[in-house]
Every structure is written in structure tokens, then in C-alpha cells.
Design a binder for this molecule. Structure first.
Ligand code: ADP
Ligand code: PMV
Ligand code: MG
Length: 425
């Protein structure tokens, strides 16, 4: 049964035998997906090594409305972009996106080229903001080809996450988009529960959402490992290894100081740079990747120990692993003077940090022991802020993709959607 408070976008109730659907299109749906923090394994995970990643309590919210005006509206306030297309014009891309009953497929170079021409992006453009529009069109047209319909929709995406800072904003964007589009087609259900303020999908549906989101990540990252969209879908704390996702059980409530150096960078270019380096110096860099793999595994072991038998020694090991991995990431060429400064500042207060995500700027994480003196954390924060950085404390493990009741959203999020209520078509 669906509670009165739910705003329904595409309500699909499975009734009786499989395949029998009662489909009701009503007003709107709001979904959200978390950002992520990679504790260890960034970049190495692209090369088949283990990564440990956790959901972050900063989220991307997406509102989808099915409409009747025959247009598709995409409003991306974080980028200052608002676009709309006639569905009839989007139909002209059908040659690149023919009806196809198979599951999600990797974007082909021809499809990407067709989308770039359609949007008017120079083929060599490195502007990552445009990639959000390409990823949307790719998902809209591919999911449309699979379910044989191009619906008229209004979509707004707004995020609490800084974009391009290593916290997985691209994955939160792609996961929310995949979930919303699949819901609009009735390919995943509308999991509203009576009396609940938010709801989640079944494991099978989450798999489908994750697989489509991964295709969107391919547009934005070039060659993603899949770890970010896995966290955006499942949330919590995950071990990710060559596509295999395992939930980390009973992870301790680690306290982390997140610092954004605000130095912009592109995940796509950084990932490509590491690949080039590994190809150029395989005997030198493969051992580094293997060492990062060993760090992730050791971290996983110590996290279990912290949970069962917490000791000061465990935290010392976790700190040492941060230090070693930060050096490795510098060797891979994804460091940045802003990140060196972050590590130096925190070290001067006895704290240990590493970059998180693709590096090259963006964010770093600093481990906070449970018994850390609050005055020490405050002093470190002040000094980081004096460098022009932004920092905030967080703890790890946020829920994955969720469906929300509008009235239960934080006031700030409600206001964002209300501001864009009457977006111009
Ligand atoms: N809220 C958002 N609205 C629109 N596009 C977004 C949003 N969040 C992320 N993106 C897309 O993801 C890109 C950033 O992805 P990426 O370089 O992988 O960094 P990260 O995932 O670490 O934030 C942006 O340039 C944009 O294309
Ligand atoms: C560098 C990498 O390991 C993580 C990138 O994360 P982000 O986009 O910087 O948040 C790439 C990947 O896993 O696809
Ligand atoms: Mg990303």
C-alpha cells in the first residue's frame, strides 16, 4: 500500500502473475544517491585491485516528472545548465540508439560521437561539465531503446556534493539518473512503504540500477572501475574487487575529517594518466598497484579488529596505511601540491591524511582517532581553512539510492526544488 504522503512519479505495482503491471503516471518522484569516500584502492581498483569505499552523508537529489508537453527538460543547477529538447528531435538519434532488447551495453564511440554532434560539443573537448549532459542523453536514449519509449520528462538534479572533487559526484548523478529513468519506464518498481519517509529497491532492481549507472560513469570517467556507482547504489561500506561487491560487515564508526582543496581536476584525465604510466613503466608501477592492493586488504583486516578488540595500536596501523598509500598515489602521478600541503598541515598536528578519489587536487581525508583532542582537530581545521580549503567532519556509511517523500526532505533540499518549480521550457 502506498502512503498518502508519497509523490508518485511512475507508480508500478506488480499484481498477480509476473508481467502483469498496473501502471499509473502521477506527479513526481524524488530519489537520492550518496557520494563516497575511498579509504584505499583508488586508481589501483581500475587495474583490478581491491578498494574499500564507504557512503558519504552528502547526497545528490533528483526530481523526475512525467509530463505531456512532448519535451525533455534537464535542469542541472550545480552546473548552471538548463536544457530542453523536443522528444521528436531526440527521435532523430534513433539510428545511433536502435530498439534493442538486450541489457545495458557500453557506449560505443559512434554513439558518443553522435551525441557530441547533437549537443554541439567539439569532439576533443575536455570540458567535464558537458559530460553530464552526454551521460544523461546516453541513459535516456539507451534505456528508451531497451523499453521502446522516449517519454516526455522534466528532470532536476541538485547535489550537496562538490563536483569533480573526488567524492563520487559523477556516480551519485548517474545512479540517481538510472534509478529515475528505470522507474519512469516501470523497469524497477516504486518501492514506497506505508509510514516510511524513504524507501529502497530489491537487490535485483539495485543490480539493474547499478549496471545502467556504470554505463553513465563510462561517459564521464572513460574507464571507470565501478566502485563509485556501487557505493552510490548500495551505500554502507564496501569492498570492491574486479566487479565483485562485498559489504563490509560491522565496520567501526570511523571519524574522518574531509578537506576539499578546491583545486579542480578531471577524473577521466587522471585515470588515463595512470594507465599511460603503467603501460610505460610496467615493472616499476605494477608493484605499486600490488602494494596498494595489500594496503586495502590490511586495512580491511584492521577494521575488523577495531570492531572486535579496539586498541590504540589498530589506529596507529590505520594511520600508517594512510601515509604509505599517499606516497604510492604520488608515485602514480595523481598527487598535487595542494594535497601535499594538506598532509603537511595535518601532520603538524599529529594527524594522518591521504587523497581520496582521483586526486590531482580535490579532496583529502584525515583519520580522527576516537580519543583525539577536539582542540587539535579544531587547530588543524583552522590552519586548513587558512590555506583556502574547506573542511568538515563526517562519519562513514550512508544509505545507497533511496526514494523520498518530498515533505520529509531537509528544508534546504525542498527549497532547491521549489526554486526551480517553474523552470522555463
Ligand atoms: N549535481 C550534478 N549536476 C550535474 N552534473 C554533475 C553533478 N555531479 C556530477 N556531475 C558530473 O560529474 C562530473 C564530475 O565527475 P568526476 O570528474 O568524476 O568527479 P567526482 O565524481 O569526483 O565528483 C561533473 O563535471 C559533471 O559532468
Ligand atoms: C580514481 C578512481 O578509482 C576513483 C575516482 O573517483 P572520483 O571520480 O574522483 O570521485 C577511478 C575509478 O575507480 O573509476
Ligand atoms: Mg567521478
Amino acid at each position: 500500500m502506498v502512503r498518502k504522503g508519497w509523490n508518485l512519479g511512475s507508480l508500478v505495482c506488480r499484481v498477480g502473475s509476473p508481467g502483469f503491471y498496473l501502471k499509473m503516471l502521477a506527479q513526481e518522484s524524488i530519489v537520492s544517491s550518496p557520494g563516497k569516500v575511498i579509504l584505499h584502492g583508488e586508481h589501483a581498483v581500475v587495474h583490478g585491485k581491491v578498494a574499500l569505499a564507504v557512503g558519504l552523508n552528502l547526497r545528490t537529489f533528483l526530481r523526475i516528472r512525467c509530463s505531456k508537453h512532448g519535451k525533455v527538460l534537464l535542469n542541472l543547477p550545480n552546473l548552471g545548465t538548463c536544457l530542453n529538447w523536443e522528444v521528436a528531435t531526440l527521435q532523430t538519434l534513433k539510428t545511433a540508439f536502435p530498439a534493442d532488447s538486450d541489457g545495458p551495453k557500453s557506449p560505443s564511440p559512434e554513439q558518443i560521437a553522435a551525441l557530441k554532434v547533437f549537443v554541439g560539443i567539439a569532439s576533443e573537448s575536455a570540458d567535464t561539465e558537458n559530460l553530464a549532459v552526454l551521460a544523461f542523453l546516453y541513459l535516456y536514449l539507451s534505456i528508451g531503446a531497451k523499453y521502446r519509449a522516449l517519454p516526455s520528462l522534466e528532470i532536476i538534479v541538485w547535489s550537496e556534493l562538490p563536483t569533480g572533487a573526488g567524492l563520487g559526484s559523477s556516480a551519485a548523478y548517474n545512479v540517481s539518473m538510472a534509478a529515475a529513468l528505470l522507474m519512469a519506464h516501470g523497469a524497477v518498481g516504486f518501492p514506497a512503504q506505508e509510514e516510511a519517509e524513504s524507501a529502497r529497491w530489491t537487490a535485483e532492481e539495485l543490480n539493474l540500477i547499478n549496471t545502467w549507472a556504470f554505463q553513465g560513469e563510462k561517459i564521464i570517467h572513460g574507464n571507470p572501475s565501478g566502485v563509485d556507482n556501487a557505493v552510490g547504489t548500495w551505500g554502507g561500506a564496501l569492498r570492491y574487487h574486479a566487479g565483485k561487491i562485498t559489504s563490509l560487515e560491522r565496520v567501526p564508526k570511523l571519524r574522518i575529517l574531509l578537506t576539499n582543496t578546491k583545486v579542480p581536476r578531471s577524473t577521466k584525465l587522471l585515470v588515463a594518466g595512470v594507465k599511460d604510466k603503467v603501460l610505460k613503466f610496467p615493472n616499476i608501477l605494477n608493484p605499486v598497484l600490488s602494494s596498494i592492493d595489500a594496503i586495502s586488504q590490511e586495512c580491511e583486516r584492521v577494521l575488523k579488529e577495531v570492531n572486535q578488540n579496539p586498541s590504540a595500536d589498530c589506529y596507529t596501523v590505520l594511520e600508517e596505511l594512510f601515509d604509505i598509500n599517499q606516497h604510492h598515489l604520488n608515485v602514480l602521478g595523481v598527487g598535487h601540491p595542494s594535497l601535499d600541503r594538506l598532509c603537511q598541515v595535518t601532520a603538524s598536528h599529529g594527524l594522518h591524511s591521504k587523497l581520496t578519489g582521483a586526486g590531482g587536487g580535490g579532496c583529502g581525508i584525515t583519520l580522527l582517532r576516537p580519543d583525539v583532542d577536539p582542540a587539535v582537530v579544531e587547530a588543524a581545521k583552522q590552519q586548513l581553512k587558512a590555506c583556502g580549503y574547506e573542511c568538515w567532519e563526517t562519519h562513514i556509511g550512508a544509505p545507497g539510492i533511496s526514494l523520498h517523500v518530498f515533505s520529509a526532505l531537509r528544508e534546504e533540499v525542498q527549497k532547491v526544488f521549489q526554486t526551480f518549480e517553474k523552470a522555463e521550457l
